[in-house]
Design a protein around this ligand. Sequence first.
Ligand code: PGA
Length: 261
Amino acid sequence: MKGIWLGTNWKMHKSLEEGIAYSKSLIELTKDVNKNITFFIIPPYTSLWPIKDVLGDSGIKLGAQSSHWEDQGAYTGEISPMMLAEIGIDIVELGHSERRQYYNENDADINKKAHAVLKYGMKPLICVGENIAQKSYGIAQETIESQMKVCLSGISTENAANVMIAYEPVWAIGENGIPADAEHVSFIHDTIRNVLKDKYGAIGDEIPILYGGSVNEKNSMEYLMLPNVNGLFIGRAAWDLTRFRKIISDADKNTTSARHF
Ligand code: PGA
């Protein structure tokens, strides 16, 4: 297993106090882990400034859960990429299935956001994934290919080097999620890699593709061993550090070479 990314989106969880305590513990937990693993956390907006301070030079990357595409304007309730860049955010998650489902975000919106995030030198972490109906009709592959093409439209090869992808099948996410089997994950990650290579050539091979959706301390290594899985994007099992500790130590033991992306 080559170098990987391990990260967690907190969604609308953790008070500022809880978030700070978590971040301090995560620094402790990861300080002796081999440097081929890059960690990131994605807290709610209100915790970003203080947690940036807590993370300091720990090497743990900080992400935001979404962003608008404009720098400023009459968009009540939104946060702009300029504002996120001011904090020193590394990663901006875009198009999580909950954003798509509850806030009607579509691939074209995600594409505009990705351009805006790249303009500020931050990494868009673009989430794609089929829903259960698309899976049952046998169109998971086409769905992912179409999401990828629209989300990456107009993004140059030079900028693509800063892009990250997360494959998160909608039916695998959250309390009622069914963990995806490794064969399906492998197939879709290969599909995503092919889209990236067709579009970006050698750079397409360097773009990290993370898997997310009911990842836990029992299945994490099975996913990480797949050739085109370059990391894990974890919800519940990472919010609890006793569970995340096991995922981290297993990954630590099996990460043999530097991250190639
Ligand atoms: P989960 O969440 O690991 O709790 O299923 C994953 C996600 O929403 O990214």
